[in-house]
Write a protein that binds this ligand. Structure first.
Ligand code: PMP
Length: 440
């Protein structure tokens, strides 16, 4: 962007109360949890007889020494270990939050970081993977019967989190550059922007999108499209939920500006994840969004997970402190290089085996190739029966349809785990299955 977000968009006032559903609005801060948060961050001079926290001296773990891939070590001594094994603040380990805020500032420079809390100052919440954050965001916003806008097709985990909430999922068509703004505009034209605050009119309250290396399509939104989508969100007063776990897996040199970086109003909730870069099993994700909304997530967490694993957070914090931002970004460069090479290997095998049988585009981020099989209207049986029996596992496209009963001519192939030789053999087997299917 040559212009900064302040010049591109005219800021609009937000009324956060209208987005929060009755269930979320009825949640109350737990005084015990608040006291525990104060106690856990107090200096040793404070005598606490308040918290129902266990005494870590009784725990069987003493310390840990973890060897990194480069041979260096992270040493979690006994004092830090006691902290890592203890309850911690609901929002996240304070030093990790400081780290993540600095990172968001450096990568996205969100306009909302400078705002006052009421105006929607950016707040961060560490979650058990981005999946926990996303499902809590949906549970905060959706009331039964709401209309919800999202990429079609989209991540199966999002469909699974949204469907039981009783909302009406409205798929916005996408192509290799992600959500198509004109299609969004056509869908939104069913409603009048001035009716956004009138619940009976059922204007959608939010839009969910995966901007980089979309799961499953591999699509990446262009900056131009993001600007158009943000402007439509302003016109129709929509929250944008930016689910971006593949942000750090962008293969091109310049990372695209995020919705968070354009967020002049405080209408973006961004979900980030450490799952694709540091560890998926440690379950560390983080939400960045306007304080009045993120505060509702804290209150929900007080009644559910209490907080994300302290041990996981301390381990990630120690790693980030050891590396610094530069070291972290260097690590990211290595991860990108790996996935770019994997993608190129899969593309070469697709060219070799699938030319004439299927179509695909080269993803500029993420870990997925979205393959459209020619002359096969529904890939479900072909993938779930024939492919499984030939020992090649892929995901049929219908798994990502908002209505899984609707057929799909696509399959999703992941280039994350298999070697180039395995990918080559896998796509060779897929080609023979397609030929059999077409001749059947
Ligand atoms: N969003 C998308 C688009 C994903 O692909 C995934 C993981 N497959 C998630 C969210 C959840 O990731 P995690 O909970 O591991 O951060």
């Amino acid at each position: 962007m040559s212009k900064g977000p302040n010049e591109l968009f005219k800021a609009k006032d937000m009324n956060y109360a209208r987005f929060i559903n009755a269930l979320s609005a009825s949640r109350r801060d737990s005084p015990i949890r608040t006291l525990t948060d104060i106690m856990l961050s107090s200096p040793p001079s404070v005598i606490s007889l308040a918290g129902g926290v266990p005494n870590p001296d009784t725990f069987p773990f003493k310390s840990a020494r973890i060897t990194l891939s480069d041979g260096t070590e992270i040493d979690i001594g006994s004092a830090l270990m006691k902290r890592a094994l203890q309850y911690s603040a609901t929002s996240g380990v304070p030093e990790l939050i400081v780290w993540l805020k600095d990172l968001q500032k450096k990568l996205h420079n969100p306009p909302t970081m400078a705002y006052s809390p009421d105006k929607g100052k950016m707040e961060i919440c560490v979650t058990t993977g981005s999946q926990e954050g996303l499902s809590k965001v949906f549970e905060m916003l959706v009331s039964p019967g709401d209309n919800v806008l999202l990429d079609a097709p989209t991540y199966a985990g999002t469909i699974a989190a949204l469907k039981p909430l009783g909302c009406n999922l409205i798929g916005v068509p996408t192509d290799k550059h992600g959500m198509i703004p004109q299609a969004l505009k056509d869908i939104l034209s069913k409603w009048r922007p001035e009716d956004a605050a009138t619940p009976d009119k059922k204007n959608p309250k939010f839009l969910y999108t995966i901007p980089n290396g979309c799961n499953p399509t591999g699509a990446t939104l262009t900056t131009e499209r993001k600007i158009e989508i943000y402007q439509l969100a302003q016109e129709y007063d929509l929250i944008i939920i930016e689910d971006d776990p593949y942000y750090f897996l962008q293969f091109n040199k310049d990372r695209a500006p995020s919705f968070l970086s354009m967020d002049i109003d405080g209408r973006v909730i961004r979900a980030d994840s450490m799952s694709k870069t540091l560890s998926s099993g440690l379950r560390i994700g983080y939400l960045s969004g306007p304080k009045p909304l993120i505060d509702r997530i804290f209150v929900h967490m007080q009644a559910s997970t209490l907080h994300t694993s302290t041990f996981s957070q301390i381990l990630i914090l120690e790693l980030l402190n050891k590396w610094g931002v530069e070291g972290f970004m260097e690590h990211i460069e290595g991860v990108i290089k790996f996935y770019r090479t994997q993608r190129d290997a899969m593309l070469a095998s697709a060219d070799k085996w699938l030319t004439g049988l299927a179509e695909w585009h080269s993803p500029s981020a993420g870990m997925f190739l979205w393959i459209k099989i020619k002359d096969v209207a529904d890939t479900y049986k072909m993938i779930m029966q024939k492919a499984v029996s030939k020992e090649i596992l892929l995901v049929p496209g219908s798994a990502f349809n908002l209505d899984s009963a609707v057929s799909s001519s696509y399959v999703r192939a992941s280039f994350s785990l298999s070697s180039p030789e395995q990918m080559d053999e896998g796509l060779k087997r897929l080609a023979s299955i397609i030929i059999e299917e077409r001749n059947a």
